[in-house]
Design a protein around this ligand. Structure first.
Ligand SMILES: Cc1cc2nc3c(=O)[nH]c(=O)nc-3n(C[C@H](O)[C@H](O)[C@H](O)COP(=O)(O)OP(=O)(O)OC[C@H]3O[C@@H](n4cnc5c(N)ncnc54)[C@H](O)[C@@H]3O)c2cc1C
Length: 399
């Protein structure tokens, strides 16, 4: 089937089925019509078409604002299970993952392993057909409601750190898994620490080969970046139309209003030349980053993976920090009042503190700079003192 035919079919299907309501039932029909992930194999909800052809379906859905398509790019959970799971695991979970019926979390970071993720010390030891897992994870978004977690654990301590890792699809609702909410500076509790004490996972739930967890993780991270890229684009679009506040959804932090012009008018400072200059600087950063995003998207569409994504993430972090501090400066002393007495100063405080969300999550600003330095500017690589050394002999971070 050519892309033109596929585009036509998607448009006709939407004309018949899309009534403007984002319901679970609609997404189910998208999956059943094999429009959710057309580049997947026919035996797994797809049509076996090329990724480019698949994109035309996602484009038709975007045009009318309908959900459910493009999952072969954006559904990190389902794509990773499809790529590395056994047929039994795919059969049990793929459909529910596509329909968003399974709650998931990422069990990667640990107190001593964040930027240097290959240093994880959570261990999985074989016990017949199962693995016994012990250790601690931290920063786990959506951990409290999760049914399953993508777990990276050490299964071999006698090889260099990247080679002794294995990736699992861990059931979260079991006695050996304790999830404790973490309280953030903003007052939110959007992530958790997870304590694993003799937790059990079947070998059937292993994703990829034993000791190959690092490469599974790279695939999962690539899908995660695609999701972040999409959500940043949505953020960019929404920030044009003002502040968007959501509920206490554990995973999604509210999106700040980046224009701040209204606020400057409200507080009578819109003709202050210094404030005008700062507003304009912020506007320019947002605009340049939008162009940068388009450039990264164009490169990705041509099939080249782009370090421009790192530039975009770094820029977003700078934009959010700049916006937060400008918002507080506009309010002056009023910015010190908290809570319901002054919702707009509570907003400003929130924006300032929450900016760290972007400068830490998904790779810190410093790590993005390392990537830009090495891959864009061609600077020498960071020295790796533990290269080739068995993990059991590497000095570990204190726990
Ligand atoms: C909003 C949010 C959601 C998250 N969700 C999840 C999740 O669901 N699951 C999960 O597993 N994790 C999650 N994380 C964790 C996140 O991936 C880590 O916080 C991040 O990778 C940084 O690790 P760390 O906190 O251990 O900091 P560290 O790696 O200990 O870094 C501490 C400081 O040292 C700097 N640093 C470290 N190494 C270098 C280096 N080589 N060169 C220069 N500077 C360096 C860092 O930039 C940082 O400033 C989340 C984090 C945030 C903020």
């Amino acid at each position: 089937m050519t892309s033109d035919n596929l585009r036509r079919e998607a448009a006709e299907w939407l004309a018949e089925n899309w009534k403007g309501e984002r319901t679970d039932d609609f997404v189910e029909r998208v999956v059943d019509a094999r429009l959710a992930a057309p580049s997947w194999p026919v035996e797994w909800y797809g049509r076996g078409v090329s990724p480019d052809e698949s994109q035309v379906v996602a484009e038709e859905f975007r045009k009318v604002g309908a959900p459910g398509a493009g999952q072969d790019v954006t559904n990190l959970w389902a794509n990773t299970v499809l790529a590395f799971g056994s047929d039994a695991l795919r059969g049990e979970h793929l459909r529910d993952l596509m329909l968003g019926r399974t709650n998931m979390c990422l069990l990667y970071s640990e107190p001593g392993a964040g930027s240097d993720l290959a240093s994880v010390q959570t261990r999985a030891d074989r016990d017949g057909d199962e693995w016994i897992v012990n250790g601690q994870k931290v920063w786990t978004s959506s951990g409290r409601n999760a049914d399953y977690g993508f777990l990276i654990a050490r299964t071999d301590w006698d090889v260099p750190k990247h080679r002794g890792l294995t990736f699992f699809f861990l059931p979260m609702k079991q006695p050996g898994v304790e999830v404790r909410a973490l309280r953030q500076a903003t007052g939110d509790s959007r992530f958790n620490e997870v304590f694993l004490t003799d937790a059990r996972v079947s070998d059937d739930n292993r994703l990829g080969d034993l000791g190959k967890g690092w490469s599974v993780l790279q695939t999962a991270l690539a899908y995660e970046r695609a999701v972040m890229g999409e959500s940043m684009q949505r953020r960019g679009a929404q920030s044009d139309s003002g502040a968007v506040r959501d509920s206490d959804d554990e995973a999604n932090a509210p999106i700040p209003d980046l224009s701040l012009v209204e606020l400057a008018r409200d507080v009578g400072r819109s003709s202050d030349p210094v404030i005008r200059q700062r507003l304009m600087a912020l506007h320019s950063l947002v605009q340049v980053n939008r162009w940068n995003g388009q450039r990264a998207k164009a490169e990705l569409e041509q099939g080249t993976s782009s370090s421009i994504v790192s530039l975009g993430k770094l820029a977003m972090s700078r934009i959010l920090h700049t916006a937060g501090s400008l918002q507080a400066e506009l309010l002056g002393a009023e910015g010190m009042i908290g809570g319901q007495d002054s919702p707009r100063s509570a907003d400003a405080t929130y924006a300032m503190l929450n900016a760290f969300f972007t400068s830490i999550g998904g790779g810190t600003d410093q790590i993005q700079r390392n990537i830009i330095g090495e891959r864009v500017l061609g600077l020498p690589k960071e020295p790796e003192v533990d290269k080739g050394v068995p993990f059991s002999q590497v000095r570990k971070a204190a726990r």
